[in-house]
Design a protein around this ligand. Structure first.
Ligand SMILES: Cc1ncc(COP(=O)(O)O)c(C=O)c1O
Length: 425
């Protein structure tokens, strides 16, 4: 960085420290990834200076020629990647994309059926503290107590009982495939629309590693920064007939100007998602998650649903007598960054939890494979079973650092002021 250190040393220092933290720790946060430098460049481009409102060809400000071309390109690429009839790439986040679909498809007070937050859903799927739970009447389905997979009979029973206008699927902590076709048939039985929030899995869907919800859904929403490996922000896909209502719902319904540099970064992200390298990476993300799950299981850790079909693993810590928040803190102390998570039928509060969610996008992006996943599982198990033993913790910390230096962040050696050498994480 050239200008920031002269103008604002405090912010520059924080960026450098964050750079060092990312380099020197293993992120197993399932909702994180490493955006390529091309995406960082697009996100930091001069498009930040341009204000537009509305859509290409119908703007409220002059000077929009490049912005129009950019938005058209981004929309075209989004539709192409996912085989969708309609795309809106303006939502500022995954949550804003969900808000826009609700605004387009529902009236305040309408009934919606979604997956419960405590069993893998998301706040914007009707949590009482979120706008969604305050404006609409949400009912929630969950997973079967024994198999821990979605209880489709319960979904159908609740749909028949409550007659929702919208059924919402997709989750933040569900390690298995979701049967889109089954949900479509339930939605059809009660004349509901089906919305899939594929925020977590959109990279896997783009690469064709797991089945796409697009052909079965009326609306599909997503963020871009998880498996899709893009910038912050969201997008909406839909059948063409919903396009006008969705356009109005995003602008002027719930947003003003789109963040054009992030639109540029979204365009780059969609282009990359069609490359063979991206597809290979997504397959490896899943292979790595399965290797991690298998190795954790061999250490006696209980996996929710017994394993994974996607990029994440949910560990139930109750059989080793540790709470999720304790595990999160112990792992962070050795440089493994993960998050506590509720497990199905969790007796603990969301701030404590009985579980740990682990995801493989970031470590896969650093070039790690199944062998490294087994090593990471060893490090996790050693940490969780030796909490309070300073010698073991210190040895694990050293091995985490060694693994990080063996697999540097992709392309970061070229970043000005690479932080690895002298900054503390
Ligand atoms: C399923 C799901 N939907 C939406 C979101 C929210 O995305 P954003 O943080 O971009 O609002 C998340 C975030 O983790 C998520 O897991």
């Amino acid at each position: 960085m050239k200008y920031l250190p002269c103008e604002d040393e405090e912010v520059h220092k924080l960026i450098q420290e964050e750079q060092a933290r990312q380099e020197q720790t293993l992120s197993l946060i399932a909702a994180e990834n490493i955006a390529p430098l091309s995406i960082l460049e697009a996100a930091g481009s001069v498009f930040i200076n341009k204000t537009v409102e509305g859509y290409s060809g119908a703007r409220y400000h002059a000077g929009s020629r490049c912005a129009d071309a950019l938005e058209e390109l981004t929309v075209r690429r989004a539709k192409q990647v996912f085989g969708a009839q309609y795309a809106n790439v303006q939502p500022h986040s995954g949550t804003s994309a969900n808000l826009a679909v609700y605004l387009a498809a529902l009236k305040p007070g309408d009934t919606v059926l979604a997956m419960s937050l405590s069993e893998g859903g998301h706040l914007s799927h009707g949590h009482p503290l979120n706008f969604s739970g305050q404006v609409y009447r949400f009912y929630h389905y969950g997973v079967d107590r024994h198999t821990e997979v979605i209880d489709y009979d319960q979904v159908e029973m609740l749909a028949l009982r409550h007659r929702p206008r919208l059924i919402v699927a997709g989750s933040s902590a569900y390690p298995r495939l979701i049967d889109w076709q089954h949900l479509r048939s339930i939605a059809d039985r009660v004349s509901a629309h089906l919305m899939v929030d594929m925020a977590h899995i959109s990279g896997l869907v783009a690469a064709g590693v797991i089945p796409s919800p697009v052909p079965h859904s009326d609306f599909v929403t997503s963020s871009l920064y998880k498996t899709l490996q893009g910038p912050r922000g969201g997008f909406i896909l839909a059948r063409q007939e919903f396009g006008p209502a969705l356009d109005r719902a995003v602008f002027p319904g719930c947003q003003g100007t789109p963040i054009l540099p992030l639109l540029a970064a979204k365009a780059v992200c969609f282009k990359r998602a069609t490359t063979p390298q991206f597809v290979q990476m997504q397959y490896q993300v899943v292979r790595n998650a399965q290797a991690l799950a298998h190795a954790l299981g061999e250490h006696g850790l209980r996996l929710v649903t017994g394993g994974t079909d996607n990029h994440l693993v949910l560990v139930d810590l109750r059989n080793i007598g540790i709470k999720g928040n304790e595990a999160e803190a112990a792992l962070e102390s050795v440089g493994i960054v993960a998050n506590r998570n509720l497990v199905p039928y969790d007796p603990e509060k969301p701030t404590i939890t009985s579980g740990l969610r682990l995801g493989t996008p970031t470590v896969t992006n650093r070039g790690m494979g199944e062998g490294e996943m087994r090593a990471i599982a060893d490090l996790i198990a050693e940490t969780l079973t030796n909490m309070g033993d300073d010698a073991v913790i210190s040895s694990v910390r050293d091995r985490v650092r060694a693994l990080c230096s063996q697999f540097p962040m992709p392309g970061w050696a070229t970043l000005p002021g690479a932080a690895w050498a002298n900054l503390k994480p």
